[in-house]
Each structure stands twice: as C-alpha cells, then as structure tokens.
Design a protein around this ligand. Sequence first.
Ligand SMILES: NC(=O)c1ccc[n+]([C@@H]2O[C@H](COP(=O)([O-])OP(=O)(O)OC[C@H]3O[C@@H](n4cnc5c(N)ncnc54)[C@H](OP(=O)(O)O)[C@@H]3O)[C@@H](O)[C@H]2O)c1
Length: 351
Amino acid sequence: MTSHEVSRHALVFGASGLVGRHLVLTLAEAGADVTVAVRTAASGARVERWLTEHGLSRSIRTTIVDFDAPEIIAGGPAALSSVTEIHNCAGSYRFGMNAQEARTANVGIVEKVMDFAEGLPHLQRVVHVSGYRVGGQDPATVPWSDDHRTALYKELGAYEASKVESDAIFQARAFERGIPWTIVNPSSVIGDSVTGESDQHIGLATTIEQMWNGTAAALPGDETTFLPVVTVDYLAAFMSAAAIDPDAAGKAYWILDDATPPLADLLTHVGRHLGAGVPRVRMPVGVIKAAPAVDHQGRSGDAHLHVGRSLSDRLRRRAGLQTRHPDARCAGVSRTVGRPPGRAPIRRRHD
Ligand SMILES: NC(=O)c1ccc[n+]([C@@H]2O[C@H](COP(=O)([O-])OP(=O)(O)OC[C@H]3O[C@@H](n4cnc5c(N)ncnc54)[C@H](OP(=O)(O)O)[C@@H]3O)[C@@H](O)[C@H]2O)c1
C-alpha cells in the first residue's frame, strides 16, 4: 500500500444505491477511509448491513446529507476536512418524473456537491456518475437559457434531460472553481459479475421481468440496436482507480462491455435462459426512446464516446483492472433480475 492510499479518505454521496454500495465496498477493500453521505439514518444502517453481509470487516463512517439545507452536511466542509476524494453516485434514476422533480434531484445535487467540494482543503478529485447517453456535454453552454432547457426537457424527457444538464453543470462548476474532476459514463448497469446481485428493476431489467411474467408482447429494438451493459463491480473498481489516477483528472470515461450483443439477441438469449416465452414481435427503437437504448447506426456524439472508451481501456490497463464482464447473453442480465417478485431465485444454467 502506498502512502497515498493510506491517507485516502473518500466521501460517497448516494452510497445506499446500486452503484454507491459497490463503490463503498471497493474503496474500503482498497484501504481507503470511507464516509458515506446518506439522507437518512435508516439508509446508512442499510448500507452498513449490506457491507457486513458482503464481508467488509473494517468500519466506515456515516454522515447525514440534506440537499435542501443551506449547509448540506452539518458543520460544512470543515467537518470533513480530511476528505481527499468525493464520489457522486446520488441521483434520481427514474423514468416518469416531471422536469422540476428531475432537476431538483439530479441538477441540484451536482450543484450542491460541487459547492461543498470547493471548501475541502485536501480534495484531489470529484468523480461524478453521469451516463452513457448523457455524458460529453459542453460546459461552455452553461448557463442555459430557459428556452433551451424547456426544449431539451421536452425532447429528451425529464430524467435524461436532467442528466444532460447536470453533466454540463458539473464540468462548468469544476472549471470555474478549479476542482479536479473525473466523469464516468456507464452504460446500463447490471448486477455483480460473480453473484449477479442487483436490486434495480428499471430499464433493461423491466423488459426481462416482463418476459419472465409473460407480459412482454414485443421485444424492443432489433439486430442494429446496441444497448451495452456493464457490471456494477467493474464500474466500482474503475471509479476507485480513476479517483487516484493523476491522468484521469479532467477526463470523461465511457464504461461498457463492448461484447454486449445486439439488444434483440441479448433479450432472446436471456428469455431462453430463463425458460420464458420470447416474443417474436419487435418494437421499433423509436417507440422505446424513453429507455436507455442506443442505435448503433449513428448518433451525434459518437466521436467523443469513441475517445472516452479508448481512454477507459488505457486507465483499465494502468490500474491493472481485470475485465470482469460475464457473457451478458446468459449471465449478467438474467442474473440482474435475480429474483423476480414472488418467484424462486434464477438458477445459473451456464455454471
Ligand atoms: N443504474 C444504471 O443503470 C445507471 C446507468 C447510467 C448512469 N447511472 C447514474 O448513476 C447514478 C447512481 O445510480 P444507481 O443505479 O446507483 O441509483 P440508485 O440505486 O437509485 O441510487 C441512487 C442513490 O441516490 C440517492 N438519491 C435518490 N434519489 C435522490 C434524490 N431525489 N435526492 C438526493 N439523493 C437521492 C439515494 O441515496 P440515499 O437515500 O441513501 O441518500 C439512492 O440510494 C445516478 O446518477 C444514475 O443516473 C445509473
């Protein structure tokens, strides 16, 4: 362990979420002191229980965050002055929110985390989880006009637009205040690469649940629709490494399993793996725009996505990270569902 690692103190917002929990475990196992910032004591207790169940023997600290308070953490940055890195995994990952709800959650959190970060004397990095379809925004466009914002929220829907806006604002505040930053843009995050554990039933998992329940009338996308996935533990390991990699300062990384098959192929294999009926009807990708799917045939922004992916590969090699992507067709995605409501846990046929 280097002296840098000994003095590492990570503050994790959104620590009770899917990404946050795995990240806290990874950071603590890497030897970092970890403080989790959660909105309620009950949330903190859930994180601690989960960490114990997952074999963590060292203790972590918990602090309560109130994003609506003038000082989001009691005592302000002075109360956590030894923090060397912040990870922002907090956000509302939900579809169906209205614009104000989504903005308050996703944009508001970023603004307040960056305000807090500015006051930390030993801060070396803020790592922010943006997203595969929303990353790569131009901070020079901030502040947005009301017209631009209204149009974008209408076009993209509240969740995605709030993530786009927060990506731009995160970078703008970082530049303005000289805060060292790194952004990770994960694709659809699935469960743990070994156990498949995930409690998230949104996006891809929703379609898989519908297949399992026999309520899926059609499969979204076709052979040209690419909806890459990434396991949550791989993402956590990447974030932990990026936070202390000097070369990762001021960079955005796209994190995905390149070998994810086309969406239709993926869902067909998962359906068969589950022993569920696989609908023959395909739904055009336009109809499923609200879900985080990407058409391989050309989106604007693919150039920086390509650069971000090759940067990710370089960081992965520097940090010695294993590519622990399971075969998404028969492993990761079906195991993401884990246990559809009221059903027995899924058996892993490939083992
Ligand atoms: N999961 C994916 O597939 C995926 C893909 C791309 C990007 N992302 C992004 O990654 C980040 C983390 O995602 P996740 O999957 O870990 O989400 P998650 O499981 O829903 O966890 C998010 C955490 O943020 C906090 N939170 C939720 N709503 C909040 C609100 N309105 N105000 C303040 N805090 C709130 C909660 O922590 P406390 O209640 O303990 O405070 C919650 O545990 C999000 O920004 C998401 O957009 C996720």
